[in-house]
Design a protein around this ligand. Sequence first.
Ligand code: ZN
Length: 161
Amino acid sequence: PSTDTETHRSLYLAFPSIGGVTHTHSTHAVAFAQARRPIPVLGTTHADTFNGPVPVTEALTPEQCARDYEYNTGQVIVDLLDRDDRRAREVPGALVAHHGPFTWGADATASLEHAIICEAVAEMALHTIALGTVVPPQHVLDRHYTRKHGPDAYYGNPGAA
Ligand SMILES: [Zn+2]
């Protein structure tokens, strides 16, 4: 994580389930971060991974920027999620206002996968908003999330090596 080590550390300290963090400046997710708008749930691609909108933080204060900037970049995410590990597991990413996406997972590979999916759903959401948003039925979204996550998950190809 280089200069962002302290951002990662603040997330690891707050959320015991996190074993990897990825940060990018991917174009479409950054667009939402710059507009300070969460990425809304508009379809099943989003719901497969994120059980709700990808939220966006408040802007950092002058004090948060002047001292311990990188640590405080993590802290605005921790505050956004109320330090709730369950929320961090169900929505494994957030947008830092005017900056970009941070995603996480059980390990580094999972956090990278979530970063790629975050960018993909941000791009899809921008196109959908341009066409005119239709709120998807919640039961379809719930079905997609729960078939991949939780005790009744069954998605995938368990017979494959
Ligand atoms: Zn950055």
